[in-house]
Design a protein around this ligand. Sequence first.
Ligand SMILES: NC(=O)c1ccc[n+]([C@@H]2O[C@H](COP(=O)([O-])OP(=O)(O)OC[C@H]3O[C@@H](n4cnc5c(N)ncnc54)[C@H](O)[C@@H]3O)[C@@H](O)[C@H]2O)c1
Length: 309
Amino acid sequence: MSLPLTVIKRSFSSTSARNAIKNVTVIGGGLMGSGIAQVAAQTGHNVTLVDVSSDILKKSQENIAVSLTRVAKKLYKDKPADGEKFINDSKSRLKIDTDASSAVKDADLVVEAIVENLEIKHKLFRTLDEAAPSKTIFASNTSSLGIGDIASVTKRTDRFGGLHFFNPVPVMKLLEVVRTHDTSEETYQAMMEWGKAMGKVCITCKDTPGFVVNRLLVPYIAEAIRMYERGDASARDIDTAMKLGAGYPMGPLELADYVGHDTSHFIIEGWHKKFPDNPLFVPNESVKKLIQEGKLGVKTGEGFYKYKK
Ligand SMILES: NC(=O)c1ccc[n+]([C@@H]2O[C@H](COP(=O)([O-])OP(=O)(O)OC[C@H]3O[C@@H](n4cnc5c(N)ncnc54)[C@H](O)[C@@H]3O)[C@@H](O)[C@H]2O)c1
């Protein structure tokens, strides 16, 4: 049976309008949360950014202001007045709040980007589940925890998914949209539409460890470090090989230094505990040693390589 085109168009647009996400609450005003809040405000959403203290939120606002200026310079190179308007309009759409419960009262979508700790995320989502209207979609930006595990403490597992952004959020084009067993089709479609409205290229992944990017990247880095540990090749030669032989912009050990050894070790250790039989998730001994020595990579001035502070 075929429907007249006008009916198809009308039903499509009414579904889109029903799902359209306008009010977004971002919880966590750190590196990722600030970036997500900025891009949401830039793309016309009403945004409330939440963190535990006003001081942190002030810092987030300052960082967002600097980043918006950078974006405006790029977008409105020859039109400074338009650039100024872009900055002011974006800022006017961004509010801050230290009370998560009141900040989700009108939210169509909540994106959580707080510290990577399941217990702390559970505590937050229990509170949000009580405070937010039933229509509100919840999403986590977690890099390494299971979305279903995080959602399990709420009564809205059908309106819960993963929205995994990449750092720096205003620059990186990719958004991984994660569906759990319970995520409804409507929730998934709303997240995809919002991701596109944010100007991102969305890919879909099941709720598997690391989704697509980190599931490939973390074991790749660990394997490169194992080569180095065995003495198969020097750190410099492993990096040069992957840059010139595979066309990667950075070698795996350079990348490990850039990401930070504490961060990637935390991820792989979590997966190793959950999936002890998977040889790809075995943590590296040399990384444990670097962490003990405080050599976390670029941010501390030393990792596999030394960096000028
Ligand atoms: N850093 C990355 O490259 C990256 C990339 C993708 C995803 N992620 C994920 O994003 C999340 C945040 O990472 P980040 O790098 O932005 O961390 P971050 O440490 O920069 O920021 C976390 C913020 O959350 C706040 N916070 C902690 N508990 C809170 C609570 N209960 N309520 C409100 N705010 C709270 C902290 O004060 C802090 O400002 C993590 O789940 C991480 O796995 C990080």
